[in-house]
Design a protein around this ligand. Structure first.
Ligand code: HEM
Ligand SMILES: [Fe+2]
Length: 639
């Protein structure tokens, strides 16, 4: 019976000549019965975990959607022409229908381990052989060129960005808490029938979009701040440019969030794609907002280039200045593939471009930009030589991009691409762990650096900027744990096959995204705030920053330990034991233990929000207050 079932489902009845797909009688019957199932599913927020009542009103749309589901089921089971595995390389796992791991997935998983070990060995050897590699402290004296309290008008103007950063961060964590609540108790929000007003898919969209927005906003502000620090001179009208960009970014942020809400409530009619919700995770915002965002990024790049100014032509500092600009330019440039698809483009094509952006940002160019910002900052604070700073940038560019660009394919193992994609991407993405392992080797140099001091002025750099460095050390820690360990955990094709879409993904997503780019964003907030304040002003807000450092790190660690990791392992086990459909459905999610795990998250979330995020909001508001209150000071050149 089982063999016959597999035979029927695995046979490919698509006729390419007429482009028709023939269903067998049982398949047709199943399709018809599914229409009723999905009609019920989309009408009740308790079963669908918090969507709007009667989310899909038009029966014709339910039919089309069911047809789409039927097509995905067919594509994931029926063999590709001339092959013994399906279009999705047999994903998802369901032994009943004959969907099990392909030979290629097993082979390339095994071989990718060789890449990882050989890559690690090569880099460790290079570090042993060339003792100058990494974050080595200065040998000569470099006088700090950025001292706290000595800032320009445009640098001060970035403080309001950080106020918005903190507010968006707070909003993100609050809607995140609400999203978690929907998982634990989809029926009601402490007795209130919330799904009428804010359905779970809107909360979820906002949660992800806000994460990108506040982190990006902090980078934008940090980049503007550093560009002038690197250039050494305030270009005319820079502060005005920074203010104009601020208004534009706030408008795009609020507009896109509102558009997503109108989109979910389906009131935009034909304009949904342009102003509403595109429906693509991470690229949810309407096309018009995306275009405005790119324009904003370009304006930012223009301001950064102005800020760096003539330093680009400087015989000594020209190289590092150019590297700074190039790594910054990659960010708007890499967002362009978001425009490469329209509202009716095929799902598999969209997912190629979508991960092109997400992956190349987080696993390539953001990592590089972070390195560059830290290198420039350390150089300007007189902690490393120009040579060390430049060398670290080049080394990281080789390591991050060499592995990360082709590694993009680890998001395409099961999206209709060939075995060649699985092979290359498994090998190269395994290599991505190499630079992250190096971080542990670098860690001690890094800690030593934060204690170095300028002997001439006798002022310890680590004292004014202690918390910036602490947050940067947190970046290093989470980069290894969140990206390195938890990323690698789900990276081998043989693991990914069972894992994709389980809680082990947000386990990695939270620890890597918040841990690395979130912590780095906060480190820049802290740096900029410290830099613009006088010592006595700073002493009045330092306690908030200290609390936040512990609140964010302990909160994030608890989130991982109490909920994401154990719940992820539990769900992973369920995939192995009962098939993917079981672990992703109410059969698993409504089990007492799974629900309990969701509730266990709550203390962690509360620590994160109350002790981590709220103090950052207070500190940034106070800093803004100090800067506003001051009588306009004479502009001090940083050079
Ligand atoms: C700081 C660096 C990184 C960040 C911020 C990050 C972030 C993320 C996020 C947010 C997702 C979820 C995407 C989704 O929901 O569809 C994800 C997925 C994934 N990441 Fe990373 N990541 C980083 C580094 C890495 C590294 C170094 C590896 C492996 C070597 C890796 C492997 C993966 C894999 C395989 C997935 C897909 C999981 C799935 O679809 O279930 N990541 N990453
Ligand atoms: Fe990735």
């Amino acid at each position: 019976m089982k063999a016959r079932l597999q035979e029927i489902l695995k046979e490919n009845r698509h006729d390419p000549k007429t482009d028709t797909l023939l269903f067998t009688m049982p398949e047709e019957e199943s399709y018809r019965s599914q229409i009723g199932k999905w009609t019920d599913y989309f009408s009740d927020p308790v079963t669908n975990r918090g969507l709007l009542y009667g989310h899909i009103k038009n029966p014709w749309e339910i039919e089309k959607l069911t047809a789409f589901f039927a097509w995905t089921a067919w594509a994931s089971v029926a063999n590709r022409p001339g092959k013994t595995y399906s279009y999705t390389n047999n994903f998802p796992y369901d032994p009943l229908v004959g969907n099990t791991l392909t030979v290629g997935a097993i082979l390339w998983s095994a071989l990718s381990l060789i890449f990882l070990l050989a890559g690690t060995a090569a880099v460790l050897f290079a570090f042993g052989r060339f003792s100058f590699l990494g974050w080595k402290g200065k040998k000569e004296h470099i006088h700090p060129r950025m001292l706290p309290g000595m800032t320009t008008e445009s640098q001060k103007a970035t403080i309001k960005y950080f106020v918005i950063v903190a507010m968006l961060f707070l909003a993100q964590t609050l809607v995140g808490g609400a999203t978690a609540h929907y998982r634990a108790d989809p029926g009601s929000f402490y007795g209130i029938d919330f799904a009428r007003f804010v359905p779970s898919n809107l909360f979820r969209t906002w949660h992800l979009q806000l994460a990108i927005l506040w982190i990006a906003m902090a980078y934008i502000a940090g980049g503007l701040f550093l560009s002038v620090g690197l250039g050494g001179e305030e270009p005319k009208g820079q502060a005005r440019g920074v203010n104009v960009l601020f208004v534009a970014l706030v408008l795009v942020t609020l507009g896109s969030l509102l558009g997503e809400m109108l989109g979910v409530f389906q009131v935009l009619e034909d304009l949904w794609f342009w102003f509403g919700h595109q429906g693509w995770e991470y690229l949810d915002l309407g096309r018009a907002w995306q275009i405005l965002l790119v324009i904003g990024f370009l304006l930012w790049l223009f301001l950064v280039i102005r800020g760096v100014g003539t330093a680009r032509k400087d015989p000594k500092e020209g190289e590092i200045s150019t590297l700074f600009i190039l790594t910054a330019a990659a960010i708007p440039f890499l967002y362009l593939p978001a425009m490469f698809f329209g509202s009716t483009t095929h799902y598999t094509v969209v997912d190629v471009w979508r991960f092109w952006i997400i992956h190349l940002w987080v696993e390539g160019f953001f990592e590089l930009f972070v390195t560059t910002m830290i290198a420039v900052l350390f150089y300007r604070l007189g902690m490393v030589t120009l040579q060390t700073a430049t060398r670290v940038i080049y080394l990281d560019a080789i390591l991050f991009l060499g592995a990360g660009i082709i590694g993009t394919g680890h998001h395409w193992y099961w999206t209709g691409q060939t075995n060649v994609t699985v092979a290359f991407s498994a090998m190269f993405s395994a290599l991505e762990v190499v630079p992250l392992t190096l971080l542990t080797l670098d860690a001690w140099d890094f800690i030593k650096l934060s204690k170095s001091k300028c002997d001439i002025c006798g002022r310890e750099i680590s004292i004014p900027h202690r918390w910036t460095f602490y947050f940067m050390m947190a970046v290093g820690f989470w980069n290894f744990v969140g990206a390195g360990i938890f990323g690698f955990l789900i990276n081998l094709p043989v693991v990914s096959y069972f894992e994709v879409g389980t809680i082990l993904t947000p386990n990695h997503g939270h620890s890597a995204m918040m841990g690395v780019f979130g912590m780095f964003a906060i480190s820049f907030l802290v740096f900029s705030v410290r830099q613009v304040l006088e010592d006595d002003e700073w002493s009045r807000i330092e306690k908030y920053i200290r609390t936040s450092f512990w609140g964010l790190n302990i909160g994030l660690a608890l989130m991982v330990i109490m909920n994401l990791f154990p719940a992820g392992v539990l769900q992973f086990l369920d995939v192995l034991q009962n098939g993917y459909w079981h672990a992703r459905g109410p059969e698993f999610m409504n089990r007492g233990l799974a629900i309990l795990m969701e509730w266990l998250r709550m203390p962690a979330d509360l620590i994160f929000i109350i002790a981590g995020v709220v103090p950052i909001v207070i500190a940034s508001l106070k800093a803004y207050g100090f800067v506003r209150k001051r009588s306009p000071k004479i502009y001090v050149s940083t050079s």
